[in-house]
Design a protein around this ligand. Structure first.
Ligand code: CTP
Ligand code: CA
Length: 220
């Protein structure tokens, strides 16, 4: 059987305001890189589209480094066709409407009038492709939920909104975004599966097993 091609996005995006400032978030890239490594270990061909992170890329991945959400979207679309698309990146939802060529000076009140525009939703766009949609489109949802039922309900709403096949949800009320451990729910249109709290590479291995099994079941 031909190795499945899987595109994984990882890390944050960085949206420049001026030459010295940007909008971004605390994503470490660890979950996405660990998942890419686990998929490679299971025989997949992986294109890893990554925002700026401070970790080594897994050997054997086709690494495409990007800064902004627009660049990430462009790199993902250019990497298609793929059998799977797994959106682990913490894409900045908004970007400054203009990138100032020179540093905004504090006395000019430039920040009081900083205009933001919405970034494209890469997962929604890929999931909605009329032609060439990967047969498995997966999103991650980092939520602050008081309990598992709320987490599942939030994930299910996101599944519908994005049009993807799975949402892998985790509660970031603790330190999941920068931390070394994670506990997740795998929410599909059918059942929900819970993975107990474990180091991110253990979670990545369990997720990779599930995703490779799904890709093999749904192979043409
Ligand atoms: N995602 C994406 N492009 C965006 C925003 C999100 O591809 N512009 C992907 C993420 O990589 C993730 C999933 O969509 O796999 C869910 O991201 P999340 O930020 O939780 O979703 P949002 O729709 O932005 O909802 P929220 O209001 O909770 O931030
Ligand atoms: Ca978001």
């Amino acid at each position: 059987m031909k190795a499945p091609h899987i595109i994984v996005t990882a890390g944050p995006t960085v949206e420049p305001i001026d030459p010295v400032r940007f909008l971004s978030n605390h994503s470490s890239g660890r979950q996405g890189y660990a998942l890419a490594a686990a998929l490679l270990a299971r025989g997949a061909r992986v294109t890893l589209v990554s925002g700026p992170v401070n970790i080594e890329p897994p050997a054997g991945a086709d690494l495409i480094k990007v800064q902004t959400a627009l660049e990430m979207r462009g790199a993902v679309m250019a990497a298609l066709p793929a059998d799977g698309f797994i959106a682990v990146a913490a894409v900045a939802d908004w970007r400054p409407a203009t990138r100032h060529a020179s540093k905004i000076k504090t006395d000019k009140k430039g920040f009081a009038s900083l205009q933001l525009v919405e970034n494209p939703d890469i997962l929604k766009d890929v999931s909605g492709l009329a032609e060439g949609r990967p047969r498995l489109a997966v999103g991650f949802a980092a939520e602050t939920a008081p309990d598992t039922d709320t987490l599942e309900a939030l994930a299910r709403a996101k599944l519908d909104r994005k049009g993807c096949d799975l949402i892998i949800a985790n509660d970031v009320s603790g330190d999941a975004m920068g931390g070394a451990e994670n506990a997740v729910l795998i929410v599909s249109r059918g059942e929900t599966q819970a993975l107990a709290r474990a180091p991110k590479d253990v979670i990545a291995a369990q997720l990779a097993d599930s995703l490779m099994a799904l890709l093999n079941t749904h192979s043409q």
